[in-house]
Design a protein. Structure first.
Length: 116
């Protein structure tokens, strides 16, 4: 009988020690509202502004493109691609803070500057 009481007490202590309190919860969940390009499609060597709208605290942004180039940082960048990048290009934005990260992609069609 004594062993059962000790096991119940031990189980209760472990259960209490492993439970989360409100202070353990993330303080700012990140949610993406939209990721959009101001022009889509865009002609080669022209630019389009790509903007990420997200909610959360202390947000930081990381950008990647599979083709082309971008200038800027933060929630908006200016994207351009040359004639060699004609087609559908993928731009990814990663939004992160101390609580985690989320990402989204936008597809931008680059058309030829010379051919319609």
């Amino acid at each position: 009988m004594n062993k059962c009481i000790i096991l119940i007490i031990l189980f209760t202590v472990l259960l209490y020690a492993c439970s989360k309190t409100k202070n353990d919860q993330p303080s700012g969940n990140i949610k993406i509202i939209s990721l959009s390009a101001s022009l889509n499609p865009v002609k080669a060597w022209d630019t389009t502004v790509i903007t990420m709208e997200a909610t959360g605290t202390n947000l930081q942004y990381g950008w990647e493109a599979n083709h082309g180039d971008f200038r800027g940082s933060g929630k908006s960048i200016r994207y351009a691609a040359g004639e060699c990048c004609v087609g559908l290009n993928t731009i990814t934005c990663r939004v992160f803070n101390e609580t985690g990260e989320v990402s989204d992609t936008v597809m931008v069609r680059v058309t030829s500057y010379f051919y319609p």
